[in-house]
Design a protein around this ligand. Structure first.
Ligand SMILES: [Zn+2]
Ligand SMILES: [Zn+2]
Length: 350
């Protein structure tokens, strides 16, 4: 089976911990970073890659490559705790594989906990909300069904699993220890809850290092989706959460869930904010004439194919929703929308 793994990197934190970074192919031609924290008391794995067997093989190979490059044995059966930065498949999907090698307890933010523990019912609930969003975006029932098939297919690759501890802002990360789980170990990691990209998105701070997960990435602007589909996502939450990390004192380096390290976090946050502002301005210009979300998406992104159609619609939906929330967009066909729940609103700049 094809594996593609970049060379691992090693970072030293100001408080004496070592963080190994590996980059693996989580979906075909889509790469994600996983991290291994070594604090001298056992290894902590941050994120697991996706549920695809190729992603599992990539992760196992990447951990081996840490040994080859740095002369330290990093094996899954030595992992003592697993931290999931947020409930997206490319970050938690490899849990089943990782757990077949280690009994290590799993921690995630409470708002993403059910994605792991009640996976099947959460997929059903989200699928209903997403289908309604697509219809109200102005897509035909046939186009919506086509996108829903694409959305639901990879979701079948995971099953519900247990979560043993919580990653919560303002509280220590306490990992149950021992076979009975009677003891606890404080990992000494500061949790920042940064909802927006995902409801339970967290950044993890270790001394002067910030694991920024998918909240701040080096090159792309992290994907947004409307809060009407999933609570605690949406652009309002995301922009608020950017504020939380933009001027963290003493952060020397941020390491994202994808792409390269970020050396100037403040500048990167400013660039992401500017990119959203430009997109919001463009939505307002497009909506000088009454326009559906689907048509705004076509104007923003041009013709898209496959899964990108869904991503474009979600991104557009998040921006339209934000402008509607703050009263900058109104609905030109309110009578029609009042008559039918599934009628597509025509948004107009006010
Ligand atoms: Zn994500
Ligand atoms: Zn991701």
């Amino acid at each position: 089976m094809k594996t593609r793994v970049d060379s691992p990197a090693r970072h030293q934190t100001s408080d004496g911990r070592t963080v190994y970074a590996v980059c693996t192919e989580v979906f075909p031609n889509f790469f994600g970073n996983q991290y291994v924290i070594d604090d001298g008391n056992g290894l902590v794995l941050v994120d697991t890659g996706s549920a695809r067997p190729a992603s599992h093989q990539n992760l196992a190979r990447a951990l081996e490559s840490i040994g080859e490059t740095f002369g330290v044995a990093v094996r899954l059966d030595e992992v003592r705790a697993i931290l999931i930065t947020h409930g997206h498949m490319d970050h938690f999907g490899g849990l089943g594989f990782v757990r077949s090698h280690t009994p290590a307890p799993v921690g995630i933010h409470p708002l993403d906990r059910r994605v792991l523990t009640h996976y099947e019912e959460r997929v059903v609930q989200t699928a209903h909300a997403l289908r309604r969003f697509l219809l109200r975006a102005g897509l035909s029932a046939a186009s919506s069904d086509e996108l829903m098939t694409m959305y639901e297919f990879p979701k079948r690759m995971h099953r519900s699993t247990t979560v043993e501890f919580a990653l919560e802002e303002g509280r220590p990360v306490l990992v149950p220890t021992g076979s009975t789980g009677a003891g606890e170990r404080d990992l000494g990691i500061e949790v920042l809850h940064v909802p927006g990209h995902c409801p339970g998105q967290v950044c993890l701070r270790l001394g002067d290092l910030l694991l920024s997960a998918d909240h701040v990435l080096a090159r792309i602007t992290p994907h947004q989706s409307p809060e009407s589909v999933t609570l605690h996502t949406g652009l309002w939450h995301y922009l608020e959460s950017l504020r939380k990390v933009e001027s963290l004192p003493g952060v020397r380096l941020a390491l994202g869930g994808h792409e390269k390290p970020i050396e100037d976090l403040e500048a990167r946050v400013a660039a992401i904010r500017t990119s959203h502002q430009k997109r919001l301005d463009k939505v307002l210009r497009v909506c000088a004439e009454p326009t559906t979300v689907a048509d705004v998406s076509r104007r923003l992104f041009g013709p898209l194919k496959g899964y990108d159609v869904l991503l474009g619609l979600e991104e557009t939906g998040a921006h339209v929703e934000y402008l509607e929330q703050i009263g900058r967009l109104g609905i030109a066909n309110l009578d029609e929308v009042q008559r039918s729940e599934d009628a597509a609103p025509l948004y107009e700049a006010r």
